[in-house]
Design a protein around this ligand. Structure first.
Ligand code: SF4
Length: 457
């Protein structure tokens, strides 16, 4: 599979652009969508008790700041904060359940952060138990948690396993000590190895490792060594994300030495290294930045066209709606996105007043939904069939401007268009965000004037 990208193409297409973990993307959402609008969407969702549900829980606390981090975090040492946070999460879950007004079974339950294992093992058990009473797990539900190997103990894993968690995901980023020093994240190989050994012993069905390419001082040789080490650990899935350098949004990223960042062709070469490395070792590339063993559900979903993309990246699509709890958490209910407030204090105050702690959101129009399906086809399947979008003639009429924007990318070999549809070429997969951008109705002229997004390479 040729993925050669010339310097000329790279210069033209390496520009700011969304990652499309949602469409429309978060900058489009508005504060006009608040608690009242979310309550209406929850009530509507309650009318479909038979539909499955996903849950997301955000735990913002971390013991120290990693300088590359793009997540919403609160640095804290005091674990009592975690206990208190769980109390408020359960309060929020009770309020949301009351607005929903009906029991719906959960088929996918995920905790992210921050660091969910900042919580003490007892707090983990208490939270799973409380949520389970309000939102029962369906048999065979996928229950996953992100853990930080530096702060996660065997007792944490026992609490997670006994609470029904069957998948675990952990950050590695890079094992190279020079890179770890430059991003303020010291994580010895042995710490990660030990945690995976415990997870296997306790019966977790799937282990995912996260890597990041494009970090300061990352070199081809050093990254290749890290890939070997990751392979030795035998994960079922690997996510390999491009570092998003957005110091205007994340102030702590200013601590990163910009001169040491691999850019453009150098950055892309690191991703290619991972792509070739895992392909040679029986991992299937999934979408833009994931790899999975052929028998893993993500790989099976990708082969059968059921791959989905949301705020957690690539997933198997289990439910159309997701309830989200905790600060900054993003839910998706009855055709609308809703995001919670950022500050723990404000979140707590709103809940104390009996108010849903929503800060902004967006109710999708039918045009949003249609474009979202197009973008999902491009990003998840690398193939769009006109027949799935109203037929070739209707597609050309409706998205003529987008097809115009695609034309130079087709000429540059990023995609091919025939009577059946649009196919993303192997080289186009590296720049698929650019192809998706052609269909984004909100992007122009916003992107040109506001530096909101990371670069597409
Ligand atoms: S542990 Fe994860 S969430 Fe916390 S600061 Fe580091 S990268 Fe960010």
């Amino acid at each position: 599979m040729s993925t050669h990208l010339s310097a000329d193409l790279l210069a033209r297409y390496d520009r700011p652009g969304p990652r499309y973990t949602s469409y429309p993307t978060a900058p489009v959402w508005s504060e006009a969508f608040g608690p009242r609008e979310y309550a209406a969407r929850l009530a509507a969702a309650g009318q479909r008790p038979q539909d499955p549900l996903s849950l997301y829980v955000h735990v913002p606390y971390c013991a120290s700041m990693c300088w590359y981090c793009a997540c919403s975090v609160v640095i804290a040492k005091d674990r009592d904060k975690g206990d208190h946070y769980v109390d408020t999460l359960l309060e929020e879950a009770r309020l949301v359940r009351a607005h929903l007004g009906a029991e719906r079974m959960v088929v996918q339950h995920h905790w992210g952060g921050g660091t969910p294992t900042f919580l003490r093992p007892e707090a983990i058990r208490r939270l799973f138990e409380g949520l389970g009473r309000l939102f029962p797990l369906a048999p065979g539900a996928e229950v996953s948690v992100e853990v930080d190997p530096r702060v996660t103990t065997r007792e944490h894993l026992v609490a997670l396993a006994e609470s029904g968690c069957n998948r675990i995901s952990m950050g590695v980023q890079d094992f190279d000590p020079t890179v770890q020093e430059a991003i303020h994240r010291h994580q010895p190989y042995e710490t990660t190895r030990q945690l995976i050994a415990w997870a296997r012993e306790l019966g977790f069905a799937s282990v995912n490792l996260d890597l990041v390419y494009g970090l300061p001082h990352q070199t081809a040789n050093g990254f290749a060594r890290s890939l070997e080490q990751v392979h030795q650990l035998g994960p079922d899935r690997i996510a390999c994300y491009g570092y998003a350098h957005v110091p205007w949004l994340k102030k702590h990223q200013r601590l990163i030495d910009e001169q040491a960042l691999p850019r453009g062709a150098d950055k892309l070469a690191l991703y290619r290294l991972a792509l070739d490395f895992f392909a040679d070792r029986d991992y299937e590339p999934i979408g833009m930045d994931h790899f999975a063993r052929p028998g893993d559900e993500l790989a099976v979903a990708a082969r059968s066209g059921r791959l989905h993309r949301n705020f957690m990246g690539y997933t198997t699509r289990a439910a159309d709606e997701m309830l989200a709890f905790g600060v900054t958490a993003i839910g998706e209910v009855d055709g609308a996105f809703a995001q919670n407030v950022k500050e723990v204090a404000e979140w707590r105050e709103m809940l104390a007043r009996g108010e849903l702690p929503v800060h902004r959101g967006h109710r999708r129009s039918s045009d949003d939904d249609a474009r979202r399906r197009i973008i999902l086809d491009l990003m998840c399947r690398f193939r769009l069939r006109f027949a799935d979008h109203g037929g070739r003639v209707a597609f050309a009429e409706r998205y003529g401007d987008a097809l115009e924007r695609l034309r130079p990318m087709v000429d540059d070999g990023l995609a091919a268009i025939d009577a059946e549809g649009i196919t993303v070429t192997p080289v186009g997969r590296l720049l698929v965000r650019n192809l998706a951008m052609a269909f984004d109705a909100y992007l122009e002229p916003r992107a040109a004037s506001q530096p909101r997004f990371s670069r597409t390479v």
